[in-house]
Design a protein around this ligand. Structure first.
Ligand code: HEC
Ligand code: HEC
Length: 243
């Protein structure tokens, strides 16, 4: 498997390309399906998320109003909270869940959190990413960038060796994209369900036989911030649809 992968990557020329939205790397059929809610199973999670938004006495809606109030929010995450913690959208929602709703956290990768995150992110669909990276975010960004450039795992490959140097090439049936997080949470056919960006990142870590960090870990959060910054100006695609 290792030999096969190296053979696949070896002869490919390194070309400096400008970063392109993930959807441009999808097959035409998948791209069309991603744009069509009636044929996109991820919309079941969006619907469920909108139902959870309205549910209960101290509902999300009781403070925030209609979910359309979340328009544009996903373009600004991950973001540094008032206490200095770096929160992605999942983390921000969990914080409201615990501190403002006074309820037990949903848990990373739970169907409820995936649904709410998809429903909130969907309000920014098509809007351009613009995470703030000044002030307290700067050090987190640097950490994420360093992670991105570091060669990892038995295959000794950095993220960029696939997602910059080999974007547009095929690997195990996939077309390698620029590795943006803009489509997550995404419905992945291989998962037969919805999954978070961190779940996708764990798959990439496994792919190079490197350490898989926990969902919500500092490593993946800072990486997510770097990916969001790489994606500045690119449209939010969530909920994405992936092979
Ligand atoms: C008791 C009121 C209250 C409830 C209930 C509540 N929130 Fe919040 N939420 C807030 C406040 C206040 C803020 C702003 C906090 C801050 O900026 O530090 C906030 C911020 C947020 C943000 C970040 C918005 C931004 O512009 O960055 C998101 C996303 C969010 N809430 C989602 C939810 C979800 C989803 C629920 C239901 C699970 C929920 N909230 C329940 C009060 C609430
Ligand atoms: C051996 C090559 C390889 C390496 C190294 C690699 N990935 Fe990937 N990655 C892939 C392939 C193949 C896919 C699936 C096709 C695609 O979306 O690019 C993928 C998908 C992704 C996606 C999902 C993109 C989308 O829109 O669905 C993200 C985000 C991502 N990778 C980030 C990373 C990060 C960050 C690293 C470094 C920790 C990394 N990858 C390392 C090959 C790689």
């Amino acid at each position: 498997m290792r030999r096969w992968l190296l053979l696949a990557l070896w002869p490919l020329a390194v070309s400096a390309q400008e970063v392109r939205p993930s959807r441009e790397f999808l097959s035409p059929a998948l791209r069309a399906q991603q744009e069509d809610p009636s044929r996109h199973p991820g919309w079941l999670w969006v619907d469920e998320g909108e139902a959870i938004w309205r549910r209960g006495e101290r509902s999300c809606q009781s403070c925030h109003g209609d979910i359309s109030a979340m328009r544009g929010v996903a373009t600004r995450y991950p973001a540094v909270a008032s206490d200095g913690a770096l929160l992605n959208l999942e983390g921000r929602i969990e914080r409201c869940r615990v501190e403002n709703q006074g309820a037990a956290p949903f848990g990373y990768e739970s169907e409820a959190l995936l649904s709410l995150t998809a429903a909130v992110a969907r309000q920014s669909r098509g809007m351009a990413m613009s995470v703030p990276v000044d002030g307290a975010a700067a050090a987190f960004l640097e950490e994420g960038h360093a992670f991105y450039e570091t060669r990892q795992g038995q295959l000794n490959l950095s993220c960029g060796q696939c997602h910059d140097a080999n974007a547009g090439r095929r690997l195990r049936g996939d077309v390698i994209s620029h590795g943006l997080g803009t489509g997550y949470p995404a419905y992945r056919l291989e998962w037969n369900g919805m999954g978070s960006l961190h779940r996708r990142l764990r798959a990439c870590s496994l792919g190079v036989r490197a350490t898989q960090f926990p969902l919500g870990s500092r490593e993946y959060l800072t990486l997510e911030l770097y990916l969001a910054h790489r994606a500045r100006g690119m449209p939010v695609e969530a909920p994405g649809l992936r092979r």
